[in-house]
Design a protein around this ligand. Structure first.
Ligand code: GAL
Length: 418
């Protein structure tokens, strides 16, 4: 922990706090003390917990099941994660989202729903671990969770110790009923509590991007942080004045955030909707391609026990997953935009690049990938492989042309020839 301190006194509005925080990250995680309304608050950057060196992969109950969670459900999804080949493709964390908890006992300990989890959470964690998987749980920085179950406010250390005793490996920590709290400090408290528990626990910060967590979440020890409101199982909402965030709306909110991500600390554009029924296969392939290219956590959110083969093939495409899990850990960026046509690029280990050519619109359209977009000289010979069809093109120079289907993407891995 570094000891350099920058102390700023005076009444500072939250905008000013944000600017100071940028400055802090730029100069390398100095300690920043900020005086607000006369009282000094001191922020000390936490050392990395060493977890999530590549984006976490797994399954979470929320997108499909909402509050309808139970130990049978979690067990059957863990079983399916293994049987479907997803565990072996890299999916490891099985996470119960909101609604597993119902009360606190007289000692203040959090109590799991005895009807839905009669064997208890520790037994469920054991079951998940015995399958070679890791186990995650959910709480909230406020007094209540978003579904009005008990939150962790005032019980952070007690909850973290309990999670550790149960064998929890991952905590998603939400932001409902937390209006009166200072976001960074609230997440810092739970981060410290998790560390004090003595068990390595991935810390997933879920405050929807409200307080620009990309500026501070890594320095409080967050391994991932949501950058947006909740995703909906649809292609586009907000951008067409519909009141929900589909894949394209969430995608647009990632532009410019790419430099904040890296090994151990990731932007989280929310969990996958692949297989939940609201989009076409082309749209789900595009969703998965883009999330892989964004180095996003890949948390499946569908019913793994009944998914069809097309959905299984999307979720287990090893070439696409390899892009997501590339050890360099660079988040892809939008490198080209012309109306509904976009090209997103992610540098990979060894000089290759992953490319997603996206057609947002409802009509088919041609799209040309030029070497300029790849920041390569036009004379360079480049090999390309389509990660969905396997089609290879050897030694192209200058550019490659594609015909894109409506609301669909092509994903490539391109490599200069040696
Ligand atoms: C939201 C969160 C969702 C889900 C839900 C549970 O705040 O963004 O991903 O966790 O709460 O109530």
């Amino acid at each position: 922990m570094r000891e350099n301190r920058l102390v700023v006194f005076g009444l500072l509005c939250s905008l000013t706090v944000g600017v100071l925080t940028v400055g802090m990250l730029t100069v390398g995680m100095l300690t920043v003390g900020v005086a607000r309304a006369g009282a000094e608050q001191s922020f000390v950057a936490r050392a990395s917990n060493g977890l999530a060196q590549t984006p976490p992969m797994g399954w979470n109950s929320w997108n499909k099941y909402r509050c309808n969670v139970s130990e049978q459900l979690i067990r059957s999804q863990a079983d399916a994660l293994v049987a479907s080949g997803m565990r072996d493709a890299g999916y490891r964390y099985v996470v119960i989202d909101d609604c597993w908890q119902v009360a606190r006992d007289s000692a203040g300990n959090i109590v799991a729903d005895p009807d839905r989890f009669p064997s208890g959470i520790a037994a469920l964690a054991d079951y998940v671990h015995a399958k070679g998987l890791l186990f995650g749980i959910y709480s909230d920085a406020g007094t209540l969770t978003c579904q009005k179950r008990p939150g962790s406010r005032g019980h952070e250390y007690q909850d973290a110790a309990r999670y550790a005793s149960w064998g929890v490996d991952y905590l998603k920590y939400d932001w409902c009923h937390a209006e009166s709290l200072e976001a960074r400090a609230a997440y810092e408290t739970m981060s410290d509590a998790l560390r004090a528990s003595g068990r390595p626990i991935v810390f997933s910060i879920c405050e929807w991007g409200t307080h620009q967590p990309w500026l501070w979440a890594a320095s409080v020890g967050g391994n991932l942080w949501r950058t947006t409101p909740d995703i909906t199982d649809g292609w586009v909402g907000k951008a067409r004045n519909i009141d929900w965030f589909g894949v394209l709306d969430i995608l647009d909110l990632q532009v410019g955030l790419e430099n904040y991500a890296g090994p151990g600390h990731w932007n989280d554009p929310d969990m996958l909707e692949v297989g939940n029924g609201g989009m076409t296969l082309d749209q789900y392939r595009a969703h998965f391609s883009l999330w892989a290219l964004l180095a996003a956590p890949l948390m499946a959110g569908n019913d793994l026990s009944t998914m069809n083969e097309s959905i299984r093939q999307i979720l287990t495409n090893r070439d696409v997953i390899a892009v997501n899990q590339d050890p360099l850990g660079i988040e892809g960026r939008r490198a080209f935009k012309d109306g509904d046509a976009e090209i997103w690029v992610k540098p990979l280990t060894g000089g290759s690049q992953a490319v997603v050519l996206l057609n947002r619109g409802d009509a088919p359209r041609p799209l040309r990938l030029t070497w300029e977009t790849l920041r390569l000289p036009p004379y360079l010979r480049v090999d390309s492989v389509d990660l969905w069809t396997g089609k290879r093109i050897h030694g192209a120079t200058g550019s490659l042309g594609f015909e894109l289907a409506p609301t669909a993407a092509v994903m490539l891995r391109v490599t200069p020839t040696r």
